[in-house]
Design a protein around this ligand. Structure first.
Ligand SMILES: [Zn+2]
Ligand SMILES: [Zn+2]
Length: 177
């Protein structure tokens, strides 16, 4: 049963790595994204192009300036390296498959959060605590202030940067179900 134990430890490590990817990348994205909005020069020259879309559609997730792409894309790529550097010290390097799932998930999520509607079946809602669905980032485009997180609202809640009216919107959504 040594083989089985090894497999289950690798599976557990992979799940923990993926979870760490989500929240660490969310944190890095939140910080960079907030700076884009606070600094007017960065907003004009780097992030403004993305916000030229007021009512996003799925493809808008990748509509951005080249400089923003390298910075935002950088957080998606750097995060597995950071986490991998730590977990490798404990004998669990990041497996290619975990990296592949992460890149697919992050691209899918970018499209989903810009889709502009709440699809009846949002996979991420079931396994990522703090993920509210597309309305979170839709509010960011609508208000331009607040809701800076990449995937979840966790860091906006900690940093008190949730967009005005967003919680009321969530309330309405839950009562209308
Ligand atoms: Zn923005
Ligand atoms: Zn956006």
């Amino acid at each position: 049963m040594i083989w089985d134990d090894a497999v289950s430890w690798v599976t557990l490590a992979s799940l923990l790595q993926f979870t760490a990817f989500v929240y660490i990348e969310d944190f890095l994205y939140y910080q960079i994204h907030k700076v884009f909005h606070v600094n007017k020069t960065l907003f004009s020259f780097v992030h403004g192009l993305h916000h030229s879309i007021k009512r996003p559609v799925a493809l808008a997730g990748h509509y951005m300036s080249a400089s923003e792409f390298f910075m935002i894309g950088g957080t998606v790529v750097i995060t597995p390296f950071l986490i991998g550097a730590v977990t490798t010290m404990f004998g669990y390097p990041v497996h290619y498959f975990v990296l592949f799932i992460w890149i697919v998930f992050r691209n899918w999520e970018a499209a989903e959060e810009h889709a502009g509607f709440e699809a009846p079946f949002l996979i991420a809602k079931y396994f990522i605590p703090g993920y509210d669905g597309p309305s979170f980032h839709y509010f960011h485009h609508l208000k331009v202030i607040g809701n800076y997180g990449a995937v979840t609202a966790v860091h906006d809640r900690i940093g008190n940067t949730v967009s005005r009216g967003y919680d009321e919107h969530l309330q309405r959504m839950s009562t209308s179900k």
